[in-house]
Design a protein. Structure first.
Length: 121
DNA sequence: AGCGTGACGAGTA
DNA sequence: ATACTCGCCACGC
């Protein structure tokens, strides 16, 4: 067996790290793909995105978002439902036009991964 | 071995 | 505000 493949019941270590990071994002907060990569000190936003696309279903994927605050295409309503349930800061659309969903207010919702339990002082 | 694609990001026009 | 380009890294053809 020169071919040593990874166990089927285990994820690549990098993937597990990404999922771990996603799990520790507190409700009402989000981290960008790039932030997660930076927090891991390895890989880049595309690698994090790849992991989320493949294994994100096992973690609160809606807390890992794009840097521009756009909701996940194909899961916009689902993500939005979670955001409203968790009180995640959203930037309401000022345009009266419908079909235009709100984006995340990154300035308030972005979490740096410093302290999961932030006091309000 | 080259090329395109992707749950990305930042910069520039 | 949007559109486009380039950089990034892994994967598939």
């Amino acid at each position: 067996m020169s071919n040593e493949s990874l166990p089927a019941d285990a994820l690549p270590e990098y993937a597990e790290r990404v999922l771990e990071a996603a799990e520790l994002i507190p409700p009402g907060r989000v981290m960008t793909y790039g932030d997660v990569a930076e927090w891991l000190e390895e890989g880049g936003p595309r690698q994090v995105g790849r992991v989320m696309a493949l294994y994100g279903g096992a973690v609160p994927w809606w807390r890992v978002v794009r840097a521009d605050g756009a909701l996940l295409p194909g899961h916009e309503l689902e993500a939005l439902d979670h955001y409203r349930a968790e009180g995640t800061p959203l930037k309401e659309a000022s345009r009266a036009a419908e079909g235009h969903l709100p984006r995340l207010d990154m300035r308030r919702a972005r979490w740096d991964g410093g302290e999961p339990a932030e006091g309000h002082t």
